[in-house]
Design a protein around this ligand. Structure first.
Ligand code: AN7
Length: 363
């Protein structure tokens, strides 16, 4: 065996975020752990991107697209579904812009629970719809947006017949905070700044909780400033009022009345951070740039965080030498339609012969 190789043994194999961080989570020996070995996602240093945007700092992407259902939602869902099972639930339900439904459907299948997902019809990315259907969830597409779907889910939750696994369920936030732990474990410090996209605002709430808890037990040397970004057409927190008809190409964060609104504001103010908004053009620019400069393909919502960072660089808000992390919340393949439409290039179709190919390459 080559010296660089390390065999996977049962002692070192990753068994998911509940096993990794049980002492920080509301679980006991009696909790049936429903896991797909989520978490332990790469923290990728992206120097080319930093150079391209004119920055002079270290930037690491927490690439959550490499979770089992290809988004950060798996962290919260392993805990929410485990706790639902512990409580004896038979069905879980969620409203979703796509990723929560993919995760809920997968973990419910794993747990042997029924799953119902309520989606805004026509406004979820194709990969996410494929996931809900493949995992076998009862998939209901309402003629309305995410906020209306969540209202229906809240009402159904009050019947006591279904377990709601949206981030209004505190177990979701608990599970998601493990991403902050992993960042500190890998860097052996906390970052100076953490950037992330904001939709329903559960994740910024979870990160702030995670960073604070790790700081409190001495596992993180500092508290990062949290910088969250909404899409300009769906920026209720920035605009200061709910948006009745939110619009953005980043369908994951097409949310007009976030459930964790207040705790997002708290995270920003307590951390001396900021919640801002970026346009769809800025999102698409950052979306292409991170793919072209680093080979990191993310879904458009993630690019809101990068577009926000670009703004901060232009506004000279980032001190030289800062250590910055940013969550890339979902995989680029979730939304192939947006990728193909905005890549700016098309396949070149030629006759099946070498000369024709050489002509295109310019050889
Ligand atoms: C890729 O799946 O709300 O601020 O229903 O899928 O915690 O809501 C997704 C949100 C960012 C925003 N990036 O996180 C859902 C849903 C991606 C997302 C967010 C979402 P929150």
């Amino acid at each position: 065996m080559n010296a660089l190789e390390k065999p996977a043994s049962s002692a070192t194999a990753w068994r998911g975020v509940i096993h990794a961080y049980a002492s920080y989570l509301p679980v006991t020996a009696a909790t049936p752990i429903v896991t797909l070995n989520e978490g332990n996602t790469p923290l990728i240093k992206v120097d080319n991107f930093v150079r391209a945007i004119g920055g002079d700092f270290e930037l690491y992407l927490k690439y959550e697209g490499l979770n089992p259902t290809c988004s950060f939602k798996d962290r919260g869902m392993t805990l929410a579904v485990s706790k639902a099972k512990e409580r004896g639930a038979s069905a879980v339900i969620c409203a979703s812009t796509g990723n929560t439904s993919a995760a809920a459907a997968a973990y419910a299948s794993r747990a042997g629970l029924k799953c119902v997902v309520i989606l805004p019809n026509g406004k979820i990315a194709m990969g996410k719809l494929a996931q809900a259907l493949m995992y076998g969830a009862t998939t209901i597409a309402i003629e309305g947006n995410f906020d209306e779907a969540l209202r229906i889910v809240r009402e159904l939750g009050e019947t006591g017949k279904v377990e709601v696994v949206n981030s209004i369920n505190p177990d979701r936030i608990e599970g998601q905070k493990t991403a902050a732990f992993e960042i500190c474990d890998v860097l052996a410090r906390a970052p100076d700044f953490h950037f992330l996209p904001v939709g329903n605002a559960g994740n910024i709430t979870a990160y702030w909780k995670g960073f604070r808890e790790y700081h409190l037990v001495g596992k993180a040397d500092r508290l990062p400033r949290l910088f969250g970004f909404q899409a300009a057409g769906a920026a209720p927190i920035v605009d200061g009022h709910p948006i009745a008809d939110p619009q953005t190409i980043a369908t994951a964060i097409r949310i007009g009345n976030p459930a964790s609104w207040q705790s997002a504001l708290d995270a920003a103010s307590e951390s001396r951070g900021h919640i801002g908004k970026v346009t769809d053009d800025e999102i698409l620019h950052a979306y292409r740039l991170i793919a072209r400069s680093e080979g990191v393909f993310v879904e458009p919502a993630c690019a809101a965080a990068l577009a926000g960072l670009i703004r901060c660089v232009h506004n000279k808000l980032i001190p030289t030498g800062s250590v910055i992390t940013a969550t890339m919340t979902g995989h680029g393949l979730k939304d192939p339609d947006t990728a193909i439409q905005s890549a700016g290039i098309q396949p070149v179709v030629v006759r099946a012969n070498t000369a024709a190919v050489m002509e295109v390459i310019g050889l």
